[in-house]
Design a protein around this ligand. Structure first.
Ligand SMILES: Nc1ncnc2c1ncn2[C@@H]1O[C@H](COP(=O)(O)OP(=O)(O)OP(=O)(O)O)[C@@H](O)[C@H]1O
Length: 403
């Protein structure tokens, strides 16, 4: 899929995506041009020159501000959207369920909270039946649990070929979980574009993140879908799923529903490189595996949550610590954690050396997970690096708390 957009003095972006990519994340620094790109792609910017593969298709755009019609209530907003809906658009009740706003149907717009208004705006967009949906930080006010459920619903529509989503977000974990490919915009240009994991790694390097997240994938341990027909959202998807044959064609026979998880007490078990890993329900995204009945699960692990254990003989035996997860790894690189990025979460940390110079108190380890091609980051102190005599090529156990 090739996209080009030119908006004088603001955007000059050439984007090349794999034809099968349906959920595309977009990120980049503030003021980089992400919103301008979306406005150009949606045809809102009249001076923009744009080439997209969806010229004859229905494109919807949603901003951070929901822009609902204030003179009517939620029901009225949805009814107005339905007037111009495409023939295969989802029914109103299915859209409401998917966006967790059935209970809001009779509320006036001024009485909605910020997150509720964003949920209604997404439901309204779905009622319209777009082929392509551009979401510009449109879920930013929604709590993480609900937000990821809605992303998973959109992802399922994408997997079944009913929708293509472009999603702008500053939350890299959200994008890591759901995106097939990621675009990084800087100074109006698509500086990076490609598979999510690769682009993320380069974004972390480029922006000198002190605690990057690694994206791990594995298989769900239990059966891929619940067989009971009692899930309302599940029904909403299957009622609308007119393209299930397309899903079968592109992927295996795994079925994505809106409740894929086999969570027990909010915890999901995932097999990564043959090891059982515990992940909290809201931190997992699901997608079908090619040629398999099993669903793949994806989750992100923050570098600051990973500890290093050199006692590799004790791999499965750490019964005296609370950290649940362990993966055998080989250290592939050791780098000083950068101090250039200052965020609310991570102030740069420095230590005073004997010679009066300062350097970062942390180092970033890149770890190759043994028996897989997956990478894990660990952010540890210089003190631990020295105390444990860590060096590249060394085999260690990476232990991390429930993501
Ligand atoms: N209508 C406009 N006319 C002229 N310049 C604009 C207009 N809207 C935005 N800009 C400028 O274009 C640049 C890109 O803005 P844009 O809103 O696209 O960035 P962004 O990447 O979405 O930022 P953020 O992450 O902060 O939302 C900024 O320098 C901004 O000041």
């Amino acid at each position: 899929m090739r996209i080009s957009a030119n908006l004088p003095n603001r955007i000059d972006a050439q984007i090349s995506l794999q034809p099968e990519s349906r959920f595309i994340g977009v990120t980049g620094p503030s003021g980089a041009g992400k919103s301008s790109l979306f406005r150009a792609l949606a045809g809102v910017e009249k001076s923009a020159k744009v080439e997209t593969p969806w010229a004859s298709q229905k494109v919807g755009i949603l901003f951070q501000q929901p822009m609902l019609f204030p003179h009517t209530n939620v029901r009225g907003n949805l009814a107005l959207a339905q007037r111009h809906a495409s023939p295969n658009a989802m029914p109103i009740d299915a859209c409401l369920r998917a966006c967790y706003c059935e209970h809001l149907i009779d509320k006036p717009i001024h009485a909605l909270s910020g997150g509720e208004a964003q949920r209604v705006a997404i439901a309204r967009a779905l009622v319209n039946g777009p082929d392509v949906l551009l979401l510009d930080e449109s879920l930013s006010a929604i709590d993480v649990f609900t937000r990821r459920k809605i992303y998973q619903f959109l992802k399922n529509l994408c997997v079944s070929g009913q929708l293509t989503c472009f999603v702008i977000s500053h939350d890299l974990d959200d994008l890591a979980l759901f995106s097939d490919e990621l675009i990084y915009i800087d100074r109006g240009r698509a500086e990076l574009c490609g598979p999510t994991r690769d682009v993320l790694a380069r974004v972390f390097e480029r922006e000198s993140f002190t605690t990057p997240s690694s994206v791990l994938e594995g298989e769900t341990v239990a059966t891929p879908h619940k067989s009971d027909g009692n899930n309302q959202n599940n029904n909403a998807v299957s009622n609308h799923n007119t393209n299930s044959d397309r899903q079968e064609g592109r992927y295996g026979s795994a079925i994505l529903t809106d409740d894929n998880s086999q969570a027990v007490n909010g915890i999901v078990l995932i097999l990564v490189a043959g090891h059982e890993i515990y992940v909290s329900e809201e931190s997992v995204s699901y997608f079908p595996q090619q040629g398999s009945e099993q669903l793949s699960a994806r989750f992100a692990v923050k570098a600051c949550d990973v500890s290093i254990d050199t006692n590799i003989a004790d791999f499965g035996n750490a019964s005296t610590i609370s950290i649940l997860n362990a993966l055998p790894c080989v250290i592939s690189s050791i780098n000083p954690a950068s101090t250039t990025l200052i965020t609310a979460e991570s102030e740069p940390q420095t230590v005073q050396t004997q010679h009066g110079k300062t350097h970062s108190a942390k180092v970033l380890l890149k770890l190759n997970v043994i028996n897989s091609n997956q990478t894990l980051y660990a952010s540890i102190s210089h003190l631990s690096l020295t105390r444990l005599h860590l060096e590249t090529g060394m085999q260690v156990i990476a232990r991390f708390k429930l993501p």
